[in-house]
Write a protein of this length. Structure first.
Length: 319
């Protein structure tokens, strides 16, 4: 017979959660900083308390039973809420806080705004650290729920994020075209001029590039692709050949034109890209993430003014 919750050692749920993640007693013990025998003993107590084997050994890993699968979500959510509550109870003071903020972001934001963000954090929250990973074709619900990420920077209207996540518009940045310095192209390009040379296609996921394709299709034209790249890293060197055009967010275009012999062209009609922040409902009231969001809004407002769609920085500026 199962024990009631009031008689269950809740520390066992932490072990269960880690076993669900690792499917291996040794790895779970290492991450929990416990001995393997302690984790095995905890699993035995859980099996007895819940009257279910919970995990069954296969050739490669421990496979969860149907009962374990049913418990996994509620247990992870309960532990995440407890962790969040403990963080909030301590409060968040940027000047003295020690915390790692983890975000997934498009390459354009990494190039255009992350350096400013790191410097601002160094001044306002010197013991905090930023970890950035590249945006991928994930809905990010699992990563945010497990606390592997704090925020995701995504795109409005891209339908790539889980509908269960909260979303908040950040800023808008139009796409521009870059050509080699000295090109005879006009300052403002329409669809016809944009397809006059082969293009460099940036990003392995490429929301902005998909927007370009849709924009061209509206006018019944298509572009030739000269090279497809997973990031912006090789763009300047390829553009130096004089053969290509490339369409990038304006913040990337202005950055490249500052350091390389390139020329920026606006597009007509414009192709706006709206960036947004997204997170898990469990973190909606986390003071640290609230501060981090306000810092992001403030940086966007300082850089882009009216194009910064969120108003949190003006209502509650980071201090």
């Amino acid at each position: 017979m199962e024990q009631p919750l009031s008689r269950l050692d809740l520390n066992l749920l932490t072990v269960f959660d880690m076993l669900m993640q690792e499917r291996n007693v040794t790895r779970a013990a290492e991450r929990l900083h416990l001995s393997q025998s302690t984790v095995s003993h905890a699993l035995g107590r859980l099996r007895s308390a819940l009257d279910d084997p919970l995990f069954v050994m296969s050739r490669r890993e421990m496979m969860p039973t149907e009962r374990a699968k049913a418990l996994a979500g509620p247990v992870r959510q309960a532990l995440a809420m407890l962790e969040q509550g403990l963080r909030q109870a301590k409060g968040f003071e940027p000047a003295s806080a020690q915390r790692v903020f983890r975000i997934a972001t498009p390459g354009s934001v990494e190039h255009g705004l992350v350096p400013t963000l790191v410097e601002r954090m160094h001044r306002l929250a010197p013991a905090c650290r930023l970890e950035v990973c590249e945006l991928a074709s994930s809905d990010y619900e699992r990563e945010l729920e497990k606390g592997e990420l704090d925020l995701v920077i995504g795109f409005a209207d891209a339908n790539h994020l889980s509908p269960r996540l909260w979303r908040e518009e950040w800023f808008t940045n139009p796409l521009v075209c870059l050509s080699p310095l000295g090109s005879t192209l006009a300052d403002v390009l329409g669809p016809g001029e944009l397809v006059s040379r082969p293009h460099i296609y940036t990003s392995s996921w490429g929301h902005s590039q998909a927007m370009v394709e849709l924009w061209l299709a509206r006018f019944g034209v298509a572009r030739e692709l000269g090279a497809r790249l997973p990031s912006f890293m090789a763009v300047p060197e390829l553009m130096a050949t004089g053969r290509y055009l490339v369409v990038v967010p304006e913040m990337i275009g202005r950055h490249f034109c500052r350091y390389y012999p390139l020329r920026l062209h606006q597009l007509e009609p414009a192709i706006p890209i709206v960036y947004l922040m997204a997170g898990h409902p469990l973190s909606a009231h986390d003071e640290a993430i609230g501060w981090f969001k306000s810092l992001l809004h403030l940086i966007a407002y300082e850089r882009y003014g009216a194009a910064a769609l969120g108003t949190a920085a003006q209502r509650n500026p980071a201090k």
